[in-house]
Design a protein around this ligand. Structure first.
Ligand code: NDP
Length: 434
């Protein structure tokens, strides 16, 4: 904490992991001798730079951008770029730290990184987004590469931003390589990458339910957010017969008691991906409840899938969900539960899966995109989807292997933390003290 003042989210992420890792390495002195924990909590490298861009009124704007290259022990740095006014070093360090463990869980050779800027894409024209991306890549390109560091999307960075960023990367380097993932399918992108995080989340949930002899049919699900992860989680949930009763954005929550169906989801895709509108328009279109300024967690449900942002479920929200008999919680977003909420879910007698396990589908398919780019051969949607399904199954098995206590109780958080740590730490031990 003293070494990293004012980085609360980073402290929170590290604390949660170390609570499981410290007891795990107690009888393994080689980890302490090699200072593995200290090394794992310190990023390999942090790059910070100015992004200057001109808006549509010819005003010169300045933003701050970062790339946190956290750990490349098991593969090149890999992790998304986030554009949001809240972005700061502490948030990107938490995301990069989590990403290192998450990427290890995918079983693919991917190190961990995260980057982004405090730039706010909301309300900006396409031309402004283009100029910002071009300016950002003019510096970022020096630090990335297909064998060095491979960025992708995250909050505020979708297909449009990735295309602008990759176009500029390609121009500056005069090379067409798989340096960024989430690219359009016409220029090296993988089929199913757009859907991967949401689909992967739902696949993971089906494995959790399988263990209990249950399935998704007829389950009432709260989904928060209405961005990439939320939309494609909904698509797969509808496929598997679940009833989604909420969606949200940073302005409020819609509560659709009849459930979001395919047609309504198409409306959300057009609203969010094309028109870039607000979720309240869904309530206006379909005549359902809209709670301005509220999150979904006061509404009774069977399953809660937070898919918006960090710390969106507080202790009070978690208690509300438990009081209304929620049966399962799985994190689509990164660290959406506060410390208190995490503690309440872990102590309760319900399955609760952390983001680093159940939202790993996005980075896993990014890994598959890198493989396809290296081979120069695109795979079919079916092939990518099958591999995604298998990867989520293997992550689930790893959680069960490392998270099942002597009393038979399965703690997904502990399982994911230990399995991810073990893989990265063993590689670091092999390298010696570098
Ligand atoms: P998007 O930008 O596509 O969507 C984010 C959604 O969350 C929007 O509906 C947004 O609303 C809402 N949101 C963002 N910030 C806040 C806030 N402070 N309060 C309330 N709502 C908020 O991002 P993604 O769907 O890609 O990412 C969502 C989460 O999933 C993040 O935690 C991300 O790190 C994680 N994730 C994403 C992956 C991916 O492949 N995209 C992979 C793994 C994890 P509004 O439009 O109003 O801002």
């Amino acid at each position: 904490v003293d070494l990293n003042p004012h980085q609360e989210e980073f402290h929170q992420a590290v604390r949660e992991v170390l609570e499981d890792i410290i007891p795990y390495i107690e009888d393994k002195p080689e980890y302490e001798e090699a200072a593995i924990l200290e090394r794992m909590c310190e990023p390999d490298r942090i790059i910070t730079f100015r992004v200057t861009w001109v808006d549509d009124n010819n005003k010169v704007n300045v933003n701050r951008a970062f790339r946190v290259q956290f750990n490349n022990s098991i593969g090149p740095y890999k992790g998304g770029l986030r554009f949001h006014p809240s972005v700061n070093l502490g948030i990107l360090k938490f995301l990069g730290f989590e990403q290192s463990l998450k990427n290890a869980l995918t079983t693919l050779p991917l190190g961990g990184a995260k980057g982004g800027s405090d730039f706010d894409p909301k309300g900006k024209s396409d031309a402004e987004i283009f100029r910002f991306c071009q300016s950002m890549m003019s510096e970022l390109h020096r630090h990335i590469g297909e064998h060095t560091d491979i960025p992708a999307g995250d909050i505020g960075v979708g297909k449009r931003e990735i295309s602008y960023l990759f176009g500029q990367y390609k121009k500056l380097n005069n090379r067409f390589t798989g340096t960024i993932t989430g690219k359009g399918v016409n220029f090296g992108g993988s089929l199913i990458r757009t859907e991967a995080t949401g689909y992967g989340l739902v696949y993971f949930v089906t494995h959790m339910l399988d263990d209990l002899g249950r399935d998704l049919e007829g389950k009432e699900v709260l989904v928060s957010g209405s961005g990439n992860v939320a939309i494609y989680a909904c698509e797969k949930l509808i496929d598997l017969g679940a009833r989604i009763i909420t969606l949200s954005d940073s302005d409020g929550t819609v509560h659709d008691k009849d459930g979001v169906d395919e047609e309504k989801l198409d409306f959300v895709k057009e609203l969010k991906e094309v028109r870039r509108g607000r979720i309240r328009e869904y309530a206006e279109e379909y005549g359902c409840e809209y709670y301005e300024g509220k999150k979904p967690w006061h509404i009774p449900c069977d399953i809660a899938l937070p898919c918006a942002t960090q710390n969106e479920i507080t202790g009070k929200d978690a208690q509300n969900l438990l009081n209304s008999n929620v049966q399962l919680v799985a994190e689509g977003a990164n660290m959406p539960c506060t410390d208190k909420a995490t503690q309440l879910f872990r102590e309760a007698d319900i399955p609760y899966a952390p983001g680093k396990a159940c939202n790993a589908g996005g980075v896993a398919v990014s890994g598959l995109e890198i493989s396809q780019n290296a081979l120069g051969i695109p795979w079919s949607a079916e092939e990518v989807n099958d591999r995604l399904f298998e990867i989520m199954k293997r992550i689930h098995e790893k959680c069960v292997e490392h998270g099942t206590g002597d009393n038979g109780k399965l703690d997904y958080v502990k399982g994911a933390n230990i399995a991810g740590f073990k893989k990265v730490a063993e590689a670091m031990l092999d390298y010696g003290p570098i």
